[in-house]
Design a protein around this ligand. Structure first.
Ligand code: BDR
Ligand code: CA
Length: 333
């Protein structure tokens, strides 16, 4: 069960899951974040059409965070959330269930078996918890991309985007899952900012997909230049990631793109790719400078046991080898 705010890197996370034979996506919840929930849902349906995976249910999430007006980030992900990629609008309908109900029904149908992966603000999951407080015990495991642990934020000096958009939801989810049989596995910026996609990675995906020409974006391309790749999945990826590369370059981070969400998806598929550290964390809700900060209690001062396992170390090259092989082969089908 996946909850996303698609989003360029969310799109790649979905592609990785679709390309992974051990994964079976039971449903996709669309959460407001990078773009509105309606646009996220439209992007999810369009991506599934592109991948001919039209049997997966897509549910619409809450239009707004729990307690604050929605903030979106079109400068990071493009006006519709997929950078320069222009996918045809799907004619497939959305689920008749809300995203929160999809979470509940999916977990209840297979108690203890479902892995939940969240790569956007945690609004839908927090709403689901209100209606079904047993959710932490019904899910097999929760994997979250969110927060920044003993590391700067990417939205405020201390807050990471997904937590920044809906801090109340994040606070409630991390508190509720303290009772879960298995602690949530959390991938924060402290690790995901080391997962740097470079144009050469895109070229390797294109080569694996046998897409022609094996081209890749360069910093000198005119902004908005579209890919001429013959393979539609490679073309979508290239046009989406080019926008993300330009965003990172324009913010002084180099011509690279952080693959936060695909990395969290890879961890959901195989937690052994990360070194984990149990930690007691909480979310700052009231600070005038620090709202949305994820705070780690290293010294046990709150007197609470660990409520999450933080991902603290990985091998980025091994991650990219797997991503390239899987997504490239999937695109070649
Ligand atoms: C997170 O923010 C979003 O813009 C990305 O999709 C990712 O989930 C990283 O902070
Ligand atoms: Ca995301």
């Amino acid at each position: 069960m996946v909850d996303v705010d698609t989003g360029i890197d969310d799109a790649l996370a979905l592609l990785l899951l679709l390309a992974s034979p051990e994964a079976h996506i039971l449903g996709i919840a669309s959460t407001a974040g990078n773009v509105t929930a309606e646009q996220v849902a439209a992007n999810n349906l369009a991506l599934l059409d592109l991948c001919r995976a039209r049997d997966i249910e897509v549910a619409l999430g809450s239009a707004a965070p729990l307690a604050t007006p929605l903030q979106t980030t079109e400068d990071t992900h493009g006006p519709r959330g997929l950078g320069y990629a222009g996918l045809p609008r799907s004619r497939r309908p959305l689920s008749s269930r809300t995203a929160a109900q999809l979470w509940i029904d999916t977990a209840r149908n297979r108690p203890g078996e479902v892995v939940g992966l969240c790569t956007g603000p945690l609004t839908n999951l927090a709403l689901a918890l209100r209606a079904e407080p047993a959710l932490p015990r019904l899910l097999g495991r929760l994997v979250v991309m969110g927060g920044s642990f003993d590391h700067p934020g990417n939205t405020t000096p201390v807050a990471e985007w997904n937590v920044h958009v809906d801090p109340e939801a994040a606070q409630q989810v991390f508190a509720a899952f303290a009772d879960a049989p298995r602690r949530p596995l959390v991938c924060g910026l402290n690790l995901t900012e080391s997962i740097e996609m470079h144009p050469s990675h895109l070229a390797r995906i294109a080569a694996t997909a046998r897409s022609q020409p094996v081209e890749y974006p360069t910093p000198d391309d005119p902004p908005g230049e579209r890919s001429a790749a013959t393979n539609p999945i490679v073309r979508m990826l290239s046009d989406a990631v080019r926008f993300y590369l330009e965003f990172h370059r324009d913010h002084g981070q180099g011509y690279l793109a952080h693959m936060h969400d695909p990395f969290a998806a890879a961890v959901a598929l195989d937690p052994s790719i990360v070194e984990l550290r149990p930690a007691t964390i909480d979310v700052e809700l009231t600070g005038t400078l620090t709202r949305g900060m994820t705070v780690v209690d290293h010294a046990g001062r709150w007197g609470r046991p660990p409520n999450v396992d933080l991902a603290v170390y990985t091998d980025p090259d091994a991650f990219f080898d797997r991503l390239i092989e899987r997504v490239g082969s999937y695109a070649a089908r």
